[in-house]
Design a protein around this ligand. Structure first.
Ligand SMILES: Nc1ncnc2c1ncn2[C@@H]1O[C@H](COP(=O)(O)OP(=O)(O)OP(=O)(O)O)[C@@H](O)[C@H]1O
Length: 264
């Protein structure tokens, strides 16, 4: 379970560039729940994920993961609890290392750094089996460098990497935005499978209203650093993409010129 209590984040405090990115966000997310997060540019979505991952420390408020108060804990100290997949397929894995080496590093997330144990046949086979489940044929390319993979293949491997250390929380930061529609759909299907099989508590930021409604159990909309919509259950089932777009319009007080992007 994730609990955010009255989270405020102020960047550049006391400077002319001071910006309040989150303005008293309170949120409880049940264990195993999959929440989609939408909001216009600058609404605070990435900051919210940052507060959970630890790369943004809250100026005020409290962050709990399970029963652990992680409010002041660094990203490294939370690494065993929280896994993250980024929009850019090049972020989050090492291009110059092989698929296998990347998986070995991901499996050690959250452990105290010590001597790296050799990749024995058993671990190799375990990693190979996990990659074979993707059905992309990558199990025959375990020694290929990550930077030889396509963006979609790399995001698929990143999702497997995110599950190897047994983290309870998965943060997806527009992880399909840079992919072509076919690959985006594939990666979303994979996301759904991994999240439900492993019962991960998941937050997915997306600019696609379609994705926001089609996946997960609950949708929240941020605007100006505040939660302005929080829907789940039957009221979410009846919600249409057009309804969300109308809410965006209302929030922004202007006509959207990128409806196609939002619907996609
Ligand atoms: N490190 C930072 N220093 C200063 N201001 C920041 C920093 N990070 C974010 N901001 C500001 O905080 C606000 C919220 O940013 P955030 O990246 O969380 O928005 P977002 O909803 O993820 O937007 P987008 O959809 O454009 O990615 C924005 O005004 C942004 O410019």
């Amino acid at each position: 379970m994730i609990t955010l209590k009255e989270i405020k984040v102020i960047f550049g405090k006391g400077t002319p560039l001071q910006k309040q990115a989150l303005n008293g966000v309170s949120l409880t997310i049940e264990e195993g729940s999959f929440v989609t997060v939408i909001g216009s540019n600058g609404a605070g979505k990435s900051t919210l994920l940052g507060v959970l991952a630890g790369d943004v420390l809250a100026s005020e408020g409290q962050v709990l993961i399970g029963h652990a108060d992680v409010t002041r804990k660094s990203t490294a100290a939370r690494a065993g609890l929280v896994a993250r997949v980024f929009q850019d397929p090049l972020t989050g894995s090492y291009g110059s290392l092989s698929i296998e080496e990347n998986l070995a590093l991901a499996a050690r997330r959250g452990e105290r750094r010590g001597p790296v144990s050799a990749l024995g046949p058993q671990r190799r086979e375990h990693f190979r089996d996990r990659i074979a489940e993707l059905n992309l044929g990558l199990e025959n390319r375990m020694k290929d460098r990550m930077d030889l993979l396509s963006g979609g293949q790399r995001q698929a491997v990143s999702l497997v990497m995110a599950t190897l250390a047994g983290s309870e929380v998965l943060l997806l930061d527009e992880h399909t935005a840079a992919l072509d529609p076919g690959m985006a759909e594939f990666v979303m299907g994979l996301t759904q499978k991994i999240v439900s099989e492993r019962k991960l508590t998941t937050l997915m930021v997306t600019h696609s209203m379609r994705q926001a409604l089609d996946y997960g159990h609950r949708t929240i909309m941020l605007h100006g650093g505040e939660i302005v919509l929080d829907v789940s259950g039957d009221s979410r089932k009846t919600l249409q993409v057009e309804d969300l777009i109308a809410m965006f319009r209302k929030m922004r007080g202007q006509t959207l010129d990128d409806d196609a992007l939002l619907i996609g």
